[in-house]
Design a protein. Sequence first.
Length: 218
Amino acid sequence: MELPSDIEYIKTKSIKKRNSKLEFPMLELQNWFFEKYGIKPINIIYEILEHNKKPRLNIIWEIDSHKEKFILSSDKFNEKENLIINKFKKITKLEKKFKTENLFIIYSHFSYVALIEANEKIKESEIKELESYLSEFGVWKIFKHFSSALCILNTNKQLEESKTGKVNDIITEKYRELISCYDEFGYSTDVKLNLLFESKEKIDKEYGGNLSNYFRNW
């Protein structure tokens, strides 16, 4: 999983903010993506892995829907990967610095890591304020969790009700409003926030109310 401190994210963020741009051969491969599939990744990173010396292409999509459009386009997924590898080999055939034997592909999502970064910037005082505001809906504690949050309700009954009632929507929307304050690219308005829910009653019963033990077994 990429994190805001990872070099791949930092490089892609620079492209998103137009402080840098793709160059040969990644620009040519990006343009080929658009011609072939009508969608293009925001960044493409080539590297040789240290542990096995294999070459890798990291295809970085801006948001999930872009990858979905790529997946749903014609050609089977394995065939797509072969086409990408063959195209890269063709583009770089005269460039000795690009090793392509045993080349493989991974995929990343820029928006997901951008939301992790936004989430990390939320202050604990803001979390406490939100907990207080949502206490009428049974909220006991809220913990930031990667690109969303873990919301602990007081009782199992409230937890069960949150799965089908309006409480889930209300809590999620309020958390969306909070994370949007730090979301410089506006992804929180387009990407679904999948909050996790738990109950204090369960934690009290199964972990003696010890949150450290609960998170250790999470």
